[in-house]
Design a protein around this ligand. Structure first.
Ligand SMILES: *[C@@H]1O[C@H](CO)[C@@H](O)[C@H](O)[C@H]1NC(C)=O
Ligand SMILES: *[C@@H]1O[C@H](CO)[C@@H](O)[C@H](O)[C@H]1NC(C)=O
Ligand SMILES: *[C@@H]1O[C@H](CO)[C@@H](O)[C@H](O)[C@H]1NC(C)=O
Length: 259
């Protein structure tokens, strides 16, 4: 192999490492996209993944029961999705997707209120620098009413339109939010989580050993028997994927907004 090929080989391996460490991961999504609901609302949850063969199940913890599966006394399961036709206050809790092999997805807190005001905030962690819109809604009034927004118990803004945008969120915007509509009442509180992602850090933190090993192994094999480089790359990627699965719990925290 000529020396000029080596940088490309390194680059491919790094890219494959990055992809294999981050794509084998389910993502729980909620539709409509909200972490607060009124009783009797319809909610659809689904476990999404690039490689759909893994067989994910949706589970939840509520104040009454732990680790129950969709279809097991709550929800209607079909494939990797789960619908709750009439959500109730007892459906409030933490939801996540779990595969038989162990890895779990992001977790989502759902809060169901018997009251008449909800705060619609992002269900998934938001990425630092993004704009975030919060909407304060009543059960009975279709148009938006003036609302007051609170963070960690303190009033932050009064908005005549009932919605508020936080521009370029940073870690300091993380916290417990709620809203209030005069004459209608107060919403429950929900957490807004802000994540900071740096691709290079992610790679360095989770896979440094595998990458250096694979680089030396593949370059050694390459020199030793002049194998087809694509075969080596594919083998390396498989090995890497197996090793990286052990890190899925940690990677789950940071993989949401990878690309
Ligand atoms: C759900 O409940 C189980 C059993 O109490 C506990 O071990 C687990 O950590 C809980 N999971 C979440 C996401 O809260
Ligand atoms: C859940 O609802 C969605 C949208 O209404 C529908 O496409 C899907 O088939 C439903 N799934 C189940 C399990 O009923
Ligand atoms: C869910 O809610 C609990 C308590 O309110 C909070 O500690 C936790 O961070 C929340 N988890 C997520 C994923 O928002």
């Amino acid at each position: 192999m000529s020396n000029s090929n080596q940088p490309e080989c390194h680059f491919s391996l790094v890219l494959i490492s990055l992809l294999s460490c981050t794509t084998n991961q389910a993502r729980l999504t909620v539709s409509p996209s909200s972490s607060q609901f009124f009783i009797r609302d319809f909610v659809s949850l689904s476990c999404e993944e690039d490689d759909s063969s893994a067989g994910w199940t949706l589970r939840r913890n509520t104040s009454k029961q732990q680790r129950t599966q969709c279809g097991d006394g709550w929800g209607e399961a079909a494939g990797s999705s789960c619908n709750i036709s009439y959500i109730y206050t007892s459906d409030s809790g933490v939801y996540w997707c779990e595969s038989r092999e162990g890895p779990i997805s992001n977790m989502v807190n759902l809060t169901v209120t018997g009251g008449s005001v909800i705060l619609q905030s992002p269900v998934l962690p938001v990425m630092e620098g993004d704009d975030v819109t919060l909407l304060c809604k009543t059960k009975t009034t279709p148009s938006n009413l003036p609302a007051a927004f609170y963070k960690d118990g303190s009033l932050i803004r009064k908005q005549p339109t009932g919605h508020m945008t936080i521009q370029h969120v940073s870690r300091s915007d993380e916290g417990l939010y709620k809203c209030d509509i005069s004459g209608h009442g107060e919403s429950p509180s929900s957490w807004i989580t802000v994540t900071v992602i740096r691709l290079v850090c992610h790679l360095v933190v989770f896979c440094p050993y595998f990458i250096s090993t694979l680089l030396s192994v593949s370059l050694y094999q390459h020199r030793a028997n002049g194998n087809d480089p694509t075969v080596i790359l594919a083998t390396a990627a498989n090995a890497e994927q197996r090793m990286c699965e052990d890190y899925d719990d940690i990677a789950a925290v940071t993989s949401e907004h990878q690309f």
